[in-house]
Design a protein around this ligand. Structure first.
Ligand code: NAP
Length: 250
């Protein structure tokens, strides 16, 4: 049984470890965006497939028996491509997606980056942006005059306003450090995507401690009809179930 594991998340690495331990042939796929990615156990391939058709070709050429899409909740393009390519090739597909954060009363939950940027511009003058490098362009114009602190793993590829400060860092983060960072910058509003998980949760608790408004971008929807599990253990169980030989009728 060969499993293609679309990764780039902690959950994907946890699943790769479980499958390698169980002697399942798994190939983890990374987009190749991060300069020093955390690598999963087992075989790894890096780079895009070339859209839906490219992914479908890959599935056929590598005799992939199942795909687990464990990409980030906001990586909607690759999730849509996986959905379409698996449908075209008849390949079983599972989505492994960590739960979103339980919303806290008072959070400003918005549909997309444009709405987040417009609201943030009104809520504060020293925003702390933790929205990833790729989504930053939506914030540039609305926050051009704001003193934003932007935390990213790798340097942004677009020109940012002179009033912004870029901090290159990578989680996990702890409450004390997050609180100190927000105080040091004088942050007056926190902006994040609903990524979920423990690694980056501390900023939300720090913002609550400091009484800062929080803007949260809602997740894009999962493609319709997609089978979704929340943990690597559940995803491994799905793979093991698929690998069982069909029971002969009595
Ligand atoms: P995206 O917008 O959904 O995908 C854009 C294109 O990148 C896809 O069409 C595909 O290219 C390629 N791609 C994405 N994930 C891939 C993967 N795992 N393996 C091979 N190709 C992949 O993706 P994104 O939001 O830029 O995220 C890229 C990667 O970073 C994902 O693996 C995701 O798990 C990880 N990540 C994303 C975020 C986030 O906030 N979006 C946060 C943390 C980690 P082709 O069409 O050429 O196949």
């Amino acid at each position: 049984m060969t499993v293609l594991l679309l990764g780039g998340t902690a959950e994907a690495r946890a699943l790769a470890a479980l499958l390698v331990d169980a002697d399942v042939a798994v190939v983890s796929s990374l987009a190749g965006r991060v300069r020093r990615p955390r690598l999963p156990m087992g075989e790894v391939r890096v780079g895009g497939f070339g859209g839906v058709d490219g992914l479908a070709d890959y599935l056929r050429e590598h005799s992939v028996d199942a795909v687990v899409d464990a990409t980030h909740p906001f990586a909607a393009v690759i999730s849509g491509n996986a959905h379409a390519a698996c449908a075209a090739t008849g390949t079983p597909l599972l989505r492994l997606e960590r739960p979103g954060w339980d919303p806290v009363p008072g959070w400003n939950v918005v549909d997309d980056s444009a709405a987040a940027a417009a609201l943030t511009a009104r809520l504060g003058s020293r925003p702390f942006l933790t929205v990833g490098r790729q989504g930053l362009d939506a914030y540039v114009e609305p926050l051009a005059e704001h003193a934003a602190l932007v935390r990213v793993v790798d340097p942004p590829e677009i020109a940012l306003p002179a009033s912004w400060t870029v901090l290159e860092d990578r989680g996990p983060y702890e409450l004390d450090g997050e609180r100190a960072l927000m105080l040091e910058h004088g942050a007056d509003v926190l902006v994040t995507k609903d990524s979920g998980g423990r690694w980056t949760r501390a900023k939300l608790d720090a913002a609550a401690d400091l009484g800062l408004p929080v803007v949260v971008v809602r997740r894009p929807p999962v493609p319709p009809g997609m089978l979704v599990v929340r943990t690597a253990v559940e995803a491994a169980a799905w793979v093991h179930e698929l690998a069982q030989p069909p029971r002969s009728p009595r």
